[in-house]
Design a protein around this ligand. Structure first.
Ligand code: FE
Length: 253
């Protein structure tokens, strides 16, 4: 049996390939739409005037030339920011991202972020579902979140797949058996673990419980190769071009 017939991990270009194109930049998302990979990972936040912005942090401070809490700003104010290392790019509204991918073979992996205090935005998850539906992208979207209440809210709003991003501190605190139990209790069919916190026994344990396992933060060759060797379902990477090359080499070996 060939490796491709066995299991070919999917590649998700994290934040539009943040280490190749800047963090959540228009150029990164446009480039990812043309790549030989399966998913584009992005994060969303609401604005004060009801728009949905594609940006990692709840503030503009760390990765743009402006500062401010996105949820307290209008879309127009957010759009005044220029993203670092982006060749002049500004944060995208969700419909603009959808337009970039309408004719792409790359599908959406949409992460619903918490607010600046780490709590879920009120009534936000169903609004994201509705917006993706309006743009014709919902059927091509899987959702992710670190917060269980956000995943519950998504589950009430859509039948689309939801995956739980498990942080290493949560994984350590709960223990892996309880991670699996929580996922099952909330009807989640997939978990995403930090690649550094993932090994073959965790893969086996989760899969024995009927859960699919993905990895996140595979940002260098060693971590990408580890994700490929473990046979994860999907992994996110800030270096999508590197991941495509490593996967091609691994498949050919
Ligand atoms: Fe994310």
């Amino acid at each position: 049996m060939t490796k491709t017939a066995f299991r070919m991990p999917r590649i998700a270009s994290h934040r539009g390939g943040a280490r190749e194109f800047g963090d959540s930049t228009p150029q990164g998302f446009a480039a990812t739409a043309r790549m030989a990979l399966e998913e584009v990972e992005f994060d969303v936040h609401p604005t004060a005037d009801g728009a949905i912005v594609v940006h990692h942090d709840p503030t503009l401070d760390a990765t743009t030339d402006r500062s401010g809490v996105i949820a307290e700003m209008t879309l127009a104010a957010v759009r005044e920011a220029v993203i670092d290392y982006s060749a002049g790019g500004r944060p995208l509204a969700l419909p603009e991202l959808c337009a970039l991918y309408r004719d792409s073979t790359v599908d959406f992996r949409c992460e619903i972020k918490p607010d600046v205090s780490g709590r879920p935005y009120r009534d936000f998850a169903p609004r994201v579902v509705e917006a993706l539906g309006r743009e014709g992208m919902l059927a091509r979207t899987v959702f992710s979140a670190f917060l269980i209440p956000t995943l519950d809210a998504l589950g009430a709003a859509t039948d689309r797949p939801r995956l739980w991003l498990v942080s290493p501190p949560v994984q350590r605190q709960l223990g892996f058996a309880d991670v699996i139990a929580v996922a099952r209790a909330h009807g989640l069919a997939e978990i995403g673990l930090n690649i550094d916190a993932l090994d073959a026994s965790a893969m086996d344990e989760a899969e024995a419980a009927g859960l699919a396992v993905g990895a996140w933060a595979a940002h260098d060759a060693a971590r990408i190769d580890k994700a490929l060797a473990l046979g994860v379902k999907v992994f996110t990477t800030d270096r999508p071009s590197l991941a495509i090359a490593r996967r091609a080499a691994w498949a050919a070996a």
